[in-house]
Design a protein around this ligand. Structure first.
Ligand SMILES: Cc1cc2nc3c(=O)[nH]c(=O)nc-3n(C[C@H](O)[C@H](O)[C@H](O)COP(=O)(O)O)c2cc1C
Length: 273
């Protein structure tokens, strides 16, 4: 069986799938027949599912992007422009978390949502490491502070101004590295994916945007990421998969703060040409 499965009783031969295919490998057989992937071109298909998404006649199925797992768009769930703007603007970095574990099913659900973020060439090779053990997360924060101390000692002029603040806070028993988050996520991608950092950043962004709908808050863990770049022991503590040069960690937990305004940002700098 080929990749495309056409229900000939439903297909209108309207060429929507032909025009939509980004790889231009779908043709109407003999010019006016039913759609098919041109012989010898199946290996080129990147499983983007645009052909499944566009057919309005329920006539096209794809062996690797099956219709039954590609639900119809529910018009009742569409949001207005104002709703979209508020949804996007109300995303916040959360640094205060309830002392409450996050259920594995919720974490699984969020990661499942994050996989719908676009990936270069639809390669979908972002991988996840999930820490839910507080001692382990504290250990990672401690390794990070140890690395910061070393950098501060060696090259105090070269470090960002927040380094001494974070180390000082740590010494007073305050964790501003991982913000005592109950969950630390690491998204990573293998070397062969040249869009790896973009792919995993988009996946984390999707996850971050979805999290509040589950009562959860997130914060990008840039300090930990810097420590991973500078310290093999932090990379090891983070369980970075072998051969994954692209990565970013993120903190997560049940949010404590409740925000009431959407803070302003700088005006965009745009060059119109
Ligand atoms: C790539 C990246 C790294 C970040 N790293 C940290 C971090 O290590 N610690 C932290 O408290 N906040 C971190 N943040 C959060 C930013 O400080 C925050 O996004 C910014 O102040 C704007 O606030 P908002 O996210 O609530 O809009 C990071 C954000 C990004 C995008």
């Amino acid at each position: 069986m080929g990749l495309l499965i056409i229900d000939e009783s439903r297909c209108k031969k309207d060429s929507l799938c032909v025009r939509e295919c980004p790889m231009a490998i779908i043709k109407l057989k003999d010019g006016d027949g039913f759609p098919e992937i041109a012989p010898g071109s199946e290996a080129v298909c990147n499983d983007c599912g645009h052909c499944v998404a566009i057919c309005p006649h329920d006539a096209l199925d794809h062996a690797r992007v099956p219709k039954e797992r590609s639900p119809l768009i529910d018009k009742d769930l569409e949001i207005t422009g104002d709703q979209a703007v508020q949804f996007l603007r109300s995303r916040r970095s959360v640094r205060f978390f309830k002392d409450q574990a996050v259920e594995r099913e919720k974490l699984q659900r969020l990661i499942e949502i994050a996989r719908y973020a676009p990936t270069g060439g639809n390669r979908q090779l972002v991988e996840w490491v999930v820490f839910t053990d507080r001692d382990q997360i504290k250990g990672i924060a401690e390794h990070t502070v140890t690395w910061m101390r070393k950098v501060l000692e060696k090259a105090p002029q070269s470090v960002p101004p927040y380094f001494p603040l974070i180390v000082g806070a740590w010494d007073m028993g305050y964790d501003s590295v991982t913000w005592s988050a109950p969950v630390l996520l690491l998204a990573s991608a293998p070397r062969e994916v040249n869009t790896g950092l973009v792919d995993l950043t988009l996946a984390l962004s999707y996850l971050e945007l979805a999290a509040p709908k589950f009562g959860l808050g997130t914060c990008w863990a840039g300090v930990v990421c810097g420590a991973m770049q500078g310290s093999a022991s932090v990379r090891e503590a983070m369980g970075l998969p072998e051969g994954h040069p692209h990565y970013y960690p993120m903190m997560l937990g049940y949010s404590k703060p409740k925000y009431v305004r959407l803070p302003e940002r700088k005006a965009p700098k745009i060059t119109w040409r």
